[in-house]
Each structure stands twice: as C-alpha cells, then as structure tokens.
Design a protein around this ligand. Structure first.
Ligand SMILES: Nc1nc2c(ncn2[C@@H]2O[C@H](COP(=O)(O)OP(=O)(O)OP(=O)(O)O)[C@@H](O)[C@H]2O)c(=O)[nH]1
Ligand SMILES: [Mg+2]
Length: 439
C-alpha cells in the first residue's frame, strides 16, 4: 500500500492497495458491501472512530491491474490528515507500506511489463520536455523491445544451428556451414553497433544537447550564457579571464533541451590554474555537438578568421556545428553582412534568433528511429558484442562447437539482462530504486 500522488496537500490523493487481500481490506473500511470490477464507487471510508472521508474506490481484479495482482485504488480528498488517517487505518489492519518502485517491480515480476518498459515508466515520470517524453513513450510501447526480440531470435537461430552440429559431432559432419555462421554473426554485430551508436544521440535528447561556448577572454561568453538562460548565472566582468572553470546549465527552447557550457575560453598560459581551465574547455568542446564561437564585433574580422582557423586546427571539431557569434552588436552603428549572427548579450538582443538556429540544427536529429537512451542497455549491448566477437573468432579458428556455443550463450545472457529475461537482484534493486514510493 502507498499514497501514489505527490507528497503534500492537493485536491485529491490516491491510495493504492495491491495484493491478494486488497479488496477484502478495503471493504472493511468502505460503506459499500461490494465493489464491481473496474467501476468507480462513490462511498465513505471509515475507521473505528467514524467516517474519515468520502472517497472514490475502484477494484481491479487480478490480473487486470497495473501490478497484475488484486488492486484497489482509493481517491480521497488531498488533505494530509485524511491521507494519513486512511493509510494508518489500513496499516492497523495489517497492510504494509510499499517500497520505492514496488508496484512497478511487481508488474515486472508478474509479466505485465518487461524490464526496459519498466525503466521507460521511470523515464516517463521524469520527462520534462517533449523530446524526453517521446523517447520514453516509444520505449514503453516496446518498439525498442521488438528490435531486441529480433536480435534474440537471430542469436537463438544461430545457437540451434551450432547445436545441431554438436549432436552429430561424433560422425564428423559439419551441418552448419561455418562461413555462413560467421556472416550471420557479422550482421548481428553490425546491427548491435548501429544501436549502440544511437546512444550518444539518445543521451543528448535525454540530458540536453551539449553546446560549448568558446572565444577570447572578454568576448562575452559568460554574458551570452546568462542571456540564453535569462538568468545571472555566471560572473561577468571587464577583467579578462573572469571565468576559470566550466559552467554547465540547461535551457529549453521550442521543446528541445540544450546543455550549455560556458568555458574559460581559448588562451594559452603558464599559470597552472588557467591551464586547467583550458583543458576543461577542450573537454567541453569534445563532448559538444554544437560550438558557439563568440567574438567581439569591434575586433578586426581578419583576427576573428585567424582565431577560427586556430580552433579548427587545435580542436577536434570535425562534424560538429560551429556557429560564429558576433557579440556586443550594441557597440556598432552598422552590422556588416559577414557578421551572420550578431547579438548583444548584454542587452539581450538577437538571442531568440540564435535559439531558433540552435533548435533548427538540433531538429536534424531523427527521433523516430529506435534510439538507445539507457546507460545500462548500452553497456549490456557492449557485452553482447564482445561475446559475439569471441564467437566469430571461435568459428574462424575451428574451435569445437560446444566451446563456441558457450560464447553464444553468453551473448544471449547479456541481451536478456536488458529486457529482464535474466535479471539478478542487484540489477533489479538498482532500477527500481529510481522510482518514488507509490509507483
Ligand atoms: N557593450 C557590451 N558589452 C558586453 C556585451 N557582452 C559582454 N559585455 C561586456 O564584456 C565584458 C566581458 O564579459 P564576459 O561575459 O565576462 O566575457 P567572457 O568572454 O565570459 O570573459 P572571460 O570569462 O574573462 O573569458 C564585461 O564587461 C561585459 O559587461 C555586449 O553585448 N555589449
Ligand atoms: Mg566568462
């Protein structure tokens, strides 16, 4: 049993009961004698002292409930007193408080959800932006689980081919053409690596697309960060070298979340502290998909071009989007056409246009495909791939079939950890502790 609505006072609160005695326990307190399956009953909830509240009670007979068990949901008024009084009277009757994620864990144990779907429920609850929501819904619907099932089937086919060979090994027959098996393994490896390569994209959508701000000291990098966040997050000052460490924040534009990183910028120095800042700048650039190079519009443009050249030589930015942002546009009378993106970070001019450009670039990522967003799955697929490599090696070096089969089963095992066909307690605890109580 648990209160499934957020902690605190609200219009209504929902108390959930799950388990074989759920209905009987609820009926002891309700002023109705029967509950019809999946019907909402307007009734009263009482304890030995008298009525606590008027409630709506719904009985979900097993297995047609969220957890797959007998369940009753009681919606009461959201007063803290009422919530606590209902919970207390059920506790007195022998109900127990649910652990975090226990309802979803039971749904998984009872086969209502597979593990990747249960994780999607947690993601769905956490989703703030449309992109996060879309990813979670797609995982919950199981488009991704379908891909995994196909992979699993192919691995199983491979195993049976190999085991066929094993059965007849005394007779020295090779049933499965080993070259064909190697080809199959290769195809599988490619598919797995395709899936793994979507992880960075998926992660970006989930955590925000990383954008690094670089540029000379005093160009206005921190001011631009503040303007994008519409908040005085970073210290701004006329002293060059104000920002020493990287500063990371997120903002959302048009439903897309960006993770913006202000950096110490580009400067070479013997000062060990500054050198550290520069290394962090490099790390920020490496992990970012989009680089905003900020320059002072009053600087000679040839100088800007030299700096850009230098960045292209010194930083691994191939394949990334590089935006040249002319800042301090308020200081000039006329903006020359080669300043494609002119802003005034200080006066917050041109910021919306810049955001629009960021959204446009981010929109090029296709979110309809199956995308990997979960670090645990990413790692498990890595292990599947490793095992497959062993299989391929074994096949090529004429390793006996039974030994190759061991590696294949290893691959199957790791694939199974994603959807939960095989799961150990540690993994389960880890996953379900992400949930809050009442889910
Ligand atoms: N006129 C004008 N001044 C600006 C603008 N943006 C920033 N400044 C000024 O430029 C100076 C440096 O700004 P910062 O945002 O600290 O620059 P930075 O690139 O982060 O500098 P470092 O952290 O030292 O590398 C400050 O005095 C700001 O007020 C702008 O759009 N217009
Ligand atoms: Mg700064």
């Amino acid at each position: 049993m648990a209160i499934s609505t957020p902690r605190g006072v609200g219009g209504v609160a929902v108390v959930r009961l799950s388990g074989p005695q759920a209905k009987e326990l609820a009926l002891r307190h309700l002023s109705t004698d029967t509950l019809a399956p999946r019907h909402s009953h307007f009734t009263r909830f009482s304890d030995s002292e008298g009525m606590i509240d008027e409630v709506l009670a719904v009985w979900f007979p097993a297995p047609h409930s969220y957890t797959g068990e007998e369940m009753v949901e009681i919606s009461c008024h959201g007063s803290l007193y009422v919530q606590q009084a209902i919970v207390q009277s059920l506790l007195d009757d022998g109900a127990r408080l649910a652990e975090a994620g226990e309802f979803t864990l039971r749904a998984f144990t009872n086969g209502k959800l597979n593990l990747s779907q249960a994780e999607a429920v947690a993601d769905l609850i956490d989703a703030v932006t449309p992109a996060q929501h879309r990813l979670a819904v797609s995982q919950l619907r199981g488009g991704y689980a379908q891909t995994l099932r196909e992979l699993r089937q192919q691995l199983l086919d491979l195993t049976s081919l190999l085991e066929l060979e094993l059965d007849f090994s005394q007779e020295d027959v090779e049933f499965a053409d080993r070259r064909q098996l190697v080809r199959l393994v290769d195809t599988l490896s490619i598919r797995i690596n395709e899936l793994r390569s979507t992880f960075q994209q998926g992660n970006a959508l989930k955590r925000g697309i990383p954008v690094a701000i670089v540029g000379r000291p005093n160009a206005g990098k921190s001011s631009l960060l503040n303007a994008l966040l519409n908040d005085n997050r970073a210290i701004v000052s006329p002293i060059p070298g104000t920002t020493r460490d990287t500063i990371e924040e997120t903002f959302t534009a048009d439903g897309v979340t960006f993770r913006i990183i202000d950096t110490a910028g580009l400067r070479r120095s013997d000062d060990p502290l500054e050198a550290m800042g520069v290394r962090r700048t490099l790390a920020a650039v490496v992990q970012s998909d989009i680089i905003l190079f900020v320059y002072d519009i009053t600087e000679p443009f040839s100088q800007v071009l030299d700096d850009v050249q230098e960045i292209q030589d010194a930083y691994p930015i191939k394949g990334k989007h590089l935006f040249l942002v002319a800042n301090k546009a308020d200081l000039v009378q006329e903006i020359k056409p080669f300043h494609h993106i002119a802003v005034s970070a200080k006066e917050s001019v041109g910021i919306d246009r810049l955001k629009g450009m960021l959204v446009k670039v981010a929109g090029q990522a296709n979110t309809d495909d199956v995308i990997l967003t979960n670090a645990r799955h990413y790692e498990a697929l890595g292990r599947v791939d490793q095992a497959l490599r062993q299989v391929a090696l074994g096949l090529q070096t004429s390793l006996p079939s039974d030994l190759v089969a061991i590696d294949l089963r290893d691959a199957l095992y790791h694939l199974g950890t994603i959807t939960g066909e095989v799961a150990n307690d540690e993994v389960l605890t880890n996953i379900f502790s992400r949930f809050c109580i009442g889910k």
